[in-house]
Design a protein around this ligand. Structure first.
Ligand SMILES: Nc1ncnc2c1ncn2[C@@H]1O[C@H](COP(=O)(O)OP(=O)(O)OP(=O)(O)O)[C@@H](O)[C@H]1O
Ligand SMILES: [Mg+2]
Length: 396
């Protein structure tokens, strides 16, 4: 499953943007305040809508008035996400649309729909169509041989107009496209890594197979990989050794009082260091490797400014690790302020944000002829960015 395009209207700084042919690995640069975090928050927002409801997701972002693009004439927030997925043996391009409005000061789902073409030709068919808490979904969508009129429509009421239909119905296996999309958004991982959370001993129980968004279960995930995927763990250690001078081994250890901690061995000394006492960058690099070598990659991963705390020469390898992760079946979005990181990027991967008169547009490097020419001559994205070739990207 892959996201192909995103359209956003009236979501904060994005009054009207469209990104088509989204690459597997997308790198976004832009001046402060142009909307990098907001772009990633679109997925965070949909995620929150699914975990709770639309009202909570809006309210936690400062209520409808704050979320709606300032001075917008239209009082509706709109998202359209197109994704490709296999339904039976067919590859389908599914379009999900969501409109959020406000009634009596309360946000609600004005319209929500899922559609795709049933055959090679013809108009897209609505498999799910809801407005204001009521609508229908098709429950035998896989019967592609049946004519449209023989599909079974299940009318449904969601009980509330701030619940997404893909949440209400997506739990049922028979609604294939809704179900797959719900799972994708639910397992979306927006990294909000904090070195302080990743340090220190942790209890041995709790989620342990994937690194959490804050990184606070690092020791547990390390232990899981150490025990269940020793080859991966060894790869992480040998990569750490080559990138962080002095690190010769890392080991998850159980303390006498039943907690789990990480022990960092420096080849120069007999006694290892506890994770509390190793450097910030050491913890961060280890956490990235644990995240990126995850045997079961997230379908969508989003990381802001991965360069922080890390030595600039390591950016090429780090970028390659994000790319490999994306190619293992997920999609990765990264924002960066690092020319070194960008130097490792391919032109198709790079986008930049330009804010004008309060709203932001998204520019694509591969659509800029001059950039294409320079890259064909062997130049690098980071250098070109620094030399001012990303039109409008620099603050005026
Ligand atoms: N409702 C709204 N309408 C228009 N603009 C908004 C709205 N809400 C927030 N903004 C603006 O959107 C911008 C949000 O920027 P965001 O945090 O996404 O930037 P960023 O690119 O991540 O910046 P940084 O590099 O500093 O992290 C801010 O400039 C903010 O003023
Ligand atoms: Mg930001």
């Amino acid at each position: 499953m892959k996201i192909e395009s995103i359209r956003i209207r009236n979501y904060k700084v994005f009054k009207d943007v469209y990104i088509k042919d989204l690459p597997n690995f997308m790198i976004v640069v832009g001046a402060n305040g142009t909307g990098k975090s907001t772009l990633f928050d679109v997925f965070g927002f949909l995620h929150d809508c699914l975990i709770g409801n639309v009202r909570q997701a809006i309210d936690s972002r400062g209520r409808f008035r704050e979320v709606l693009s300032r001075d917008s004439e239209d009082q509706v927030i709109f998202f359209e996400i197109q994704y490709r997925m296999q339904i039976l043996t067919y590859d389908r391009l599914v379009t999900y649309t969501l409109e959020i409005g406000q009634k009596n000061n309360v946000p609600y789902v004005k319209k929500e729909a899922l559609r795709y073409k049933r055959g090679q030709y013809g108009a897209p068919f609505y498999f799910l169509n809801f407005s204001d808490g009521h609508g229908y979904a098709i429950s035998n969508e896989e019967d592609f041989n049946k004519p449209d009129e023989d599909l079974e429509r299940e009318d449904a009421s969601l009980g509330s107009s701030d619940i997404l239909a893909i949440k209400g119905l997506g739990q049922f296996d028979r609604f294939k496209a809704a179900n797959a999309f719900r799972r994708l958004i639910e397992s979306w991982h927006v990294s909000d890594f904090h070195i302080t959370s990743a340090r220190g001993r942790v209890e041995t129980t709790g989620m342990s197979e994937h690194l959490s968004e804050s990184g606070d279960n690092l020791a547990r995930v390390a232990q899981y990989i150490f025990e269940q995927h020793p080859d991966t763990f060894n790869k992480i250690i040998s990569t750490m050794k080559s990138r962080v001078p002095g690190v010769s081994n890392i080991e998850p250890v159980l303390t006498a009082d039943g907690y789990l901690t990480l022990r960092f061995q420096d080849g120069a000394f007999k006694t290892p260091f506890l994770d509390r006492y190793v450097s910030d960058g050491t913890i961060k690099m280890f956490a990235y490797l644990v995240l990126l070598y995850d045997p079961d990659a997230h379908p969508l991963l989003c990381v802001e400014e991965p360069e922080n705390q890390l030595y600039p020469h390591l950016m090429t390898e780090l970028a390659e690790e994000f790319r490999l992760y994306a190619n293992r079946g997920g999609q990765v979005l990264v924002s960066t302020h690092s020319p070194d990181f960008l130097n490792a990027a391919q032109i198709e991967e790079v986008f930049w944000l330009v804010k004008k008169d309060g709203y932001t547009s998204i520019m694509r490097a591969s659509e800029n002829e001059q950039l294409r020419d320079y890259m064909n001559l062997g130049d690098k994205m980071g250098y070109l960015w620094k030399q001012g070739f990303f039109d409008g990207a620099d603050p005026q």
